[in-house]
Ligand binder design. Structure first.
Ligand SMILES: Nc1ncnc2c1ncn2[C@@H]1O[C@H](COP(=O)(O)OP(=O)(O)OP(=O)(O)O)[C@@H](O)[C@H]1O
Length: 391
């Protein structure tokens, strides 16, 4: 059963439409994330939903009933709000700010009952905010303020929570904590949550639905699996020259255009840091021989001049080894990341043996001893310093 909907909603300011034709349907307990570049209209949509700005056209309904014209107090029972502007009167301590979330339930004199205090206490617990409770709100850091505002929204006990960039200002631990709290509120208390997020990688982990916004329109709307693709993210954010990998939630800076002078033998995630270090220093490189299911493969495909690849779970083929040897012949050094050289990976041992035989220097991060002539390094930075001197 559909709980919250918008139909042909247009939002904007005065004569200016910022986003048009917004249609969404959410069941009770679903989480929707709005995603899109700066200025695309995420906050404008959220502020229209909570009636902070007047809608230009269309309907916003809860269980089929339009919210237009409902009183502030009734609306507050339906929706709690966390906006980016953290407005709170001077001289309030954090606990008092949280307590204002109980406003829809208090009597004319605003007196809080025992139950109100219980809910306030629980909400403060949820955001791990007991240590902030008696501090002046104004004196809190941005991240601490954010947690208090979220506690305020939680203790409002509304069925719908609307949050504008709730993770901004939060460090990585509180970011993940917050998303866990929201996931629990949706799952255990059937809260319907509508929020904007900037962290594309977090969206598939939390959202049931995603709305991708571009150029005043809804570019795509649906499940994260359908909406968030390498192509859609590249297009919506205009990532020319950069690549976003939705599988691993990773973005890399542009590849340097210098011709390759180094061959990196990677695999097992051991080479990703090497690729990035070489790219930062402007050193072009080949990479291989990588299985397509290796984490290094995703990064190598973006940063390496060319990646020699093999299908996952099979022996590295002779043709791949021969191709890699042709490249190594033209390189000034081989970097050995320390990947296992046994089993299906034996082709990479063959490459090291070839480099040694041809007199191409091998700079190795391998911990165990080898039967080949290699220059051992214990850190990427020392390996890099030697490479820079060599080439
Ligand atoms: N009060 C306002 N009056 C007129 N135009 C506004 C107002 N607030 C925002 N805008 C404009 O509306 C457009 C959408 O802004 P909005 O804040 O909704 O974007 P956003 O997607 O939330 O951006 P961000 O990711 O940077 O927070 C922008 O062009 C902005 O300049």
């Amino acid at each position: 059963m559909i709980f919250f909907s918008t139909r042909d909603l247009n939002v904007g300011y005065g004569q200016r439409t910022v986003v048009k034709d917004i249609n969404m349907d959410l069941k009770r307990g679903e989480i929707l994330c709005l995603l899109g570049p700066n200025g695309c209209g995420k906050s404008t949509i959220l502020k229209t939903i909570i009636d902070h700005i007047k809608r230009l056209h269309g309907s916003i309904t809860v269980l089929g009933r339009d919210l237009e014209g409902s009183s502030l107090k009734d609306r507050a029972k339906e929706m709690s709000i966390v906006l980016t502007e953290k407005i709170a009167p001077n001289m309030m301590i954090a606990e008092e700010v949280v307590a204002t979330g109980r406003y829809p339930y208090t009597n004319y004199f605003g007196k809080l009952t025992k139950r109100d205090w219980q809910v306030i206490d629980e909400a403060i617990d949820i955001v791990d905010g007991q240590c902030l409770r008696y501090k002046e709100f104004k004196a809190l850091s941005d991240g601490e303020k954010q947690r208090i505002m979220i506690a305020r929204a939680i203790c409002q006990e509304a069925d719908i929570m609307v949050l504008d960039e709730p993770t901004s200002y939060l460090d990585i631990r509180f970011k993940v904590d917050l998303l866990n709290v929201l996931a629990r509120l949706s799952l255990e208390k059937s809260k319907t949550i509508i929020m904007s997020l900037h962290e594309i990688d977090l969206v598939p982990k939390i959202a049931d639905k995603v709305m991708l916004i571009k150029d005043g329109e809804i570019y795509r709307y649906g499940t994260p699996e359908d909406v968030i693709t390498d192509e859609s993210i590249k297009r919506v954010y205009g990532l020319n020259g950069y690549s976003y990998n939705t599988t691993i939630g990773n973005i890399e800076l542009s590849r340097n255009e210098n011709s390759p002078k180094v061959f990196v033998i990677g695999g097992g995630g051991k080479a990703t840091k090497i690729y990035r270090a070489l790219n930062k220093k402007g050193i072009g490189f080949y990479s291989g021989i990588l299985f397509k299911n290796d984490i290094d493969y995703n990064i190598s495909k973006i940063l390496a001049y060319e990646t020699i690849e093999e299908e996952g779970f099979i022996d590295i083929g002779y043709d791949k080894v021969d191709k890699a040897k042709r490249y190594i012949e033209n390189c000034q050094a081989v970097v050995d990341s320390g990947v296992s050289l046994k089993g299906i990976n034996r082709g990479n041992y063959e490459l090291l043996r070839f480099a040694s035989q041809e007199g191409v220097k091998i700079l190795s991060l391998r911990e165990e001893e080898m039967d080949l002539d290699v220059i051992k390094h214990f850190s990427i930075s020392s390996l890099l310093n030697q490479l820079v001197d060599m080439i």
